[in-house]
Design a protein around this ligand. Structure first.
Ligand code: ARG
Length: 552
């Protein structure tokens, strides 16, 4: 028997020496892959069905195993950040039938309670902390709690601190954890679950399941944001604003047209996710460690059970492929870039210099120093968060570059940035639709900006070219008219016809009507242009596309 066999490791047989204690803790992925518990349980159930079909489990054993796995999956994830040897009043609260808040309040009143007890935003108390003992007494629960970690009970109580802490001390990763817990629930039968599989295919499967769900959540959030923009655009009616090129006023556009530009970006983001989702929706289970399972498994069983379109093609690729993480994070990075452009525009437009919009107070903060300020925290933060999203995609690319086939432990490093990107996007999209809906524009100022500064010069040149003047010539004539206006402090529409006719005989009675704001908008009467009728139609079409249930 090897020295480490009793430690309950998944690979102890070959080893004579225990792991260096610090290294052991350091290399564990359980502190972060614990969030893959639902995916690990689902994938394990699918694997159980495959090995049962291959004759490894009887029907009764399969049933027990599936039930056991369900029980393991029911564990509340509240325990996740607890460190080995620590207990968490949140869980104690659940055990004691009181609320974490009551516990917190009680703790706050205790003189010896200090920041030492707060870790990862949670309160943690060492098992031997006298404060804990006093708390137990206070809540009169001593008899009901087993905090020593050795009380594996017949029934799997799942949330007792002891079980969790004990398992956490040893669990290397989520795969190991589930095996340990399953053993507690169904006994040695649990050890049959690993027949014909490897953690290499498990983590590849769990991550695919995680990403697939994150893609769906992201898509829903994007659709909600697009609909909020559409609502805002509809409410803007025929309001106009300047468009910019080189950050210089260019031509007037409808505010709705500007907002629909973001809808177009969002729709591309949604397509990109849908496209990547199709490519990744294949099941690695049955790939084994690298060369394929050592049992004749019907891989279609697991693929079907987990909602995949089928099994992956090649076991070496399946166990080491993380393209789906790269694609997912790249999708989020691109999306983050779009969001940051929106954030930047709003931040600019909310300045006194532009004055196009009044920032919603619910999403802004004041300055501790300058009483007059209202800072655009939300738009600044989401502009900044795009950096993390790009960072996550970069990590995936660098991690995979030059990595030999097949599984390498480096891949474990890819998980946290994916979780972070998924959480970041979930957070942003949880707020962005409501924020967007609450935006209030100063349409008056936008209109003034759109009607000053010769933004109708292009429409004027178009007018002349419609009268038969070659565009190049028309451009020059209008350029002269603009210079005339600049010299005398007048917009084009304030220059009398007679004066204009001094520049070109092609100017006629209908000129001023042709350069009025509405005409300036409507002369862009082309699909994708800002003519009012075009934008109205574009809005209806966008709403239809994004509201339909199967919109991609
Ligand atoms: N925690 C590991 C990871 O995230 C699981 C796979 C471990 N496989 C292995 N051969 N050690 O990559």
């Amino acid at each position: 028997m090897s020295t480490v066999e009793q430690s309950g490791k998944m690979w102890s047989g070959r080893f004579r020496e225990p792991l260096d204690a610090v290294f052991e803790q350091w290399q564990r992925s359980f502190p972060f892959d614990v969030r893959l518990l639902p995916q690990e349980v689902a994938a394990s159930k699918a694997h159980a069905r495959m090995i049962a079909a291959a004759g490894i489990l009887t029907d009764a054993e399969l049933e027990r195993m599936v039930e056991g796995l369900d029980q393991v999956g029911d564990i509340t994830l509240e325990f996740a950040p607890i460190e080995s040897g620590m207990v968490n009043p949140r869980l104690l609260g659940a055990e004691l039938g009181t609320t974490p808040r009551t516990i917190r309040r009680w703790l706050n009143k205790q003189p010896e309670f200090n920041e030492e007890h707060v870790k990862h935003t949670r309160i943690t108390l060492a098992k031997d902390d006298p404060l804990l003992l006093r708390m137990k007494n206070h809540f009169a629960i001593q008899a009901n709690l087993n905090l020593d970690g050795d009380g594996a009970s017949e029934e799997f109580p799942a949330t007792t601190e002891a079980d969790v802490a004990a398992s956490m001390a040893h669990a290397e990763d989520i795969h190991h954890f589930v095996e340990l817990q399953l053993t507690k629930v169904i006994g040695p039968l649990a050890l049959k679950l690993h027949t014909g599989r490897s953690r290499n295919e498990q983590i590849a499967t769990d991550m695919r399941l995680f990403v697939r769900e994150a893609m769906d959540v992201t898509t829903k959030g994007l659709r909600r944001w697009a609909l909020a923009l559409i609502e805002l655009a509809e409410n803007a009616g025929e309001a106009a604003m300047p468009s910019y090129t080189h950050m210089q006023r260019a031509e007037p556009v409808l505010v709705a047209h500007w907002l629909l530009a973001y809808v177009a970006m969002i729709e591309r983001d949604i397509w990109r996710l849908a496209d990547a989702r199709k490519r990744m929706n294949l099941c690695p289970l049955g790939s084994g460690a690298v060369a394929g399972a050592t049992l004749a498994l019907d891989r279609a069983i697991a693929a079907h059970e987990l909602g995949f379109d089928g099994p992956t093609q090649n076991s070496m690729d399946a166990t080491s492929d993380r393209d789906f993480l790269l694609e997912f994070t790249q999708c989020l990075a691109t999306m983050g870039v779009h969001i940051s452009r929106f954030a930047e525009e709003l931040t600019l437009y909310a300045t006194a210099e532009f004055g196009f919009l009044d920032l919603p107070e619910a999403f802004s903060t004041g300055s501790s120093a300058m009483p007059q300020k209202k800072n655009p925290d939300f738009t600044e933060l989401i502009r900044g968060k795009s950096a993390r999203l790009v960072g996550s995609a970069t990590t995936q690319a660098v991690l995979m570059k030059g990595l030999p086939l097949a599984y390498n432990k480096d891949l474990q490093e890819g998980q946290e940035p994916v979780f972070d990107a998924a959480d970041t996007v979930r957070g942003i999209l949880g707020i962005l639709p409501g924020f967007t809906r609450s935006l209030k524009f100063n349409f008056e100022r936008m209109r003034t900006a759109a009607t000053t500064g010769y933004l109708n010069a292009m429409a004027a040149a178009t007018y002349l070219s419609n009268k038969g003047v070659a565009f190049r010539k028309a451009h020059e004539i209008v350029g002269n008219a603009v210079r005339l206006g600049l010299q005398s402090g007048r917009e084009l529409d304030a220059i009398p016809l007679a004066e204009l006719q001094g520049l070109s005989a092609a100017f006629g009675e209908d000129f001023h009507a042709a350069i009025a704001l509405e005409a300036t908008l409507d002369c862009h009467d082309v699909a994708g242009g800002t003519a009012r009728a075009r934008v109205r139609a574009a809005l209806t079409e966008a709403r239809e596309r994004l509201s339909s249930a199967d919109a991609t």
